[in-house]
Write a protein that binds this ligand. Sequence first.
Ligand code: NDP
Length: 333
Amino acid sequence: TREWQLVRRPHGEPVDEDFALVSMERPDPAPGEVVVRTLAMSVDPYMRGRMNATRSYAPSWELGETMQGGAIGQVVDSRSDEVPVGALVLHGLAWRDVAVVPAAHVSVVDPLPGLPLSLYLGVLGMPGLTAWAGLFRLAAFAEGDAVFVSGAAGAVGSLVGQFAKLRGASRVVGSAGTAEKVAWLGEIGFDAAFDYHAGAVADLLAEAAPDGIDVFFDNVGGEHLEAAIGAFRTYGRAALCGSISGYNAVSAPPGPRNLSLVVGKRLSLRGFIVGDHADLRPEFVAAVSGWLQDGSLVARETVVEGLDSAVEAFRSLLGGGNTGKMVVRLAPD
Ligand code: NDP
């Protein structure tokens, strides 16, 4: 098998020398284990945190350890009665072309007629549930709310905006890093969007949401969070999902300078981790499957081909090379 390992901790932006693609003997499966051939794997922003020596919410990777992450694959050998050869499964041991996994750690999934299996890594998987939990539980979105989402053209952000529109938002505004992404947000139903490079985020947001916002879904942090605090109406709610603007930072970024507004505006700012909200999965899967089937939800992917390109895909993700979910495809479905 071939597996990607972290061989040096990135300082700032990750570079190719921080990683190595190594070949190794595949161990035989022990009783209760399955061997899964990877069809597609996920690269996600939280993985940047796992490359640091200091613990983020997920533990650090050791140097010389094969990296991990969401993957979808097909069982090619099985020593489990529950998960037979041929089954399609989701598991957490990506960054390798073949994984040996305890059957108890895989979820068997159904093929999606006419749709790529990689949707289980995005709209029907962890990023989708993140968008769902953050918007509906943490930010307590209600019909008629005006919503602002940062990182809006990414996997999570593009779903947040669409979920809000489908559930009756009065206005949905997004920010993203290029003119093409801004145009695409218009195509998928955002009422307004801006390129955050075009000026001060506070000014761009004031223009896009002149009457203020009730809900902020933050993927970016930093200047975006400060701008949202400024734009909030009374009783505004923020779901703090990520702060990717600081993931490659080598020193602590400054905090929002207007935090004192939180008091007078009676704001709630709530951080969350998707893993704590697995109880929402049934309602999330039911709603999202319906929207995918009737065409009311757009689930875009940026697909990079081949395990050899996985690090390149990860680096590209941090640099904004994706629209929608970034996935690495190792083999056709
Ligand atoms: P995305 O698909 O949104 O990809 C990352 C995007 O971040 C890039 O495409 C890029 O788009 C944008 N970006 C990169 N650098 C900057 C910057 N300096 N300022 C603004 N935007 C930047 O990733 P996901 O949808 O998977 O994740 C989105 C966020 O959600 C991340 O912060 C992630 O850590 C977080 N997350 C949190 C979870 C939780 O449980 N709390 C679970 C899953 C994700 P652009 O071109 O617009 O700059």
